[in-house]
Design a binder for this molecule. Structure first.
Ligand SMILES: C[S@@+](CC[C@H](N)C(=O)[O-])C[C@H]1O[C@@H](n2cnc3c(N)ncnc32)[C@H](O)[C@@H]1O
Length: 199
């Protein structure tokens, strides 16, 4: 396992454990799920029991290798991962999946990429569950911690996060993509929004 994969599992995964449980509770039994920006596969492991098929898409080959190894170790044969740019998925049919999800990935992208990824997720999914930072973030210890972690990531990642915050987060993005908001809830001390939407 790569160092970055081990580091993510040791530091970020424990913080996100309760969030992943909340997301799993939103899925119906035996649904099919696609996740864009699936990272090291923690979300896949948390949702796999509720899914008959789970496709994780990520640009980073190291993260995909880590996600594949984790799911294999747990015997989640319904989980598959591909190294692909989430903004173009021509090998998938329209509305092929019951649920399209994206967890804490949109905020690190540039605005045009963010919209392209969301539109492609919308094309291949019947319903969207989008999870990302609340905007604005609360002026709490947790909110300041989120700013700190993103600043630490630096470079394009931090630039994307700043722009995401400036543009108002997930809701305006979903509206631009033409989605109707079905529900929204806050999680993780108010720093994360979970938004469910449909065309
Ligand atoms: C912060 S990680 C989140 C990982 C995972 N969703 C989780 O909950 O642990 C964001 C991931 O999005 C991926 N990503 C960024 N831009 C992408 C794109 N255009 N297509 C696919 N994956 C992308 C990154 O490689 C990274 O693994």
């Amino acid at each position: 396992m790569s160092i970055s994969c081990s580091l993510y599992r040791l530091t970020i995964d424990p913080i996100l454990k309760s969030l992943r449980k909340e997301v799993a509770a939103l899925l119906s039994e035996n649904c099919t799920v696609i996740e864009l920006g699936s990272g090291t596969g923690a979300q896949a492991c948390a949702l796999a029991d509720r899914c008959s098929r789970y496709l994780g898409i990520d640009l980073n080959p190291g993260s995909v290798a880590c996600a594949q190894a984790r799911c294999k170790e747990k015997g989640f044969e319904q989980c598959e991962f591909k190294v692909v740019d989430g903004s173009s998925l021509p090998f998938l049919k329209d509305k092929e999946f019951d649920v399209g999800t994206c967890t804490l990935a949109l905020h690190e992208m540039q605005a045009d990429m963010r919209l392209m990824v969301l539109k492609e997720l919308q094309r291949v999914s019947k319903k969207l569950i989008v999870i990302d930072y609340a905007s604005p973030l609360p002026h709490s210890f947790a909110g300041k911690g989120a700013w700190f972690i993103e600043k630490l990531a630096g470079g394009d990642h931090y630039a994307g996060f700043m722009e995401y915050q400036h543009l108002g987060g997930v809701l305006p993005l979903l509206k631009i993509a033409g989605c109707s908001i079905l529900s929204q809830q806050k999680s993780l001390w108010g720093i994360v929004s979970i938004v469910i939407s449909q065309d």
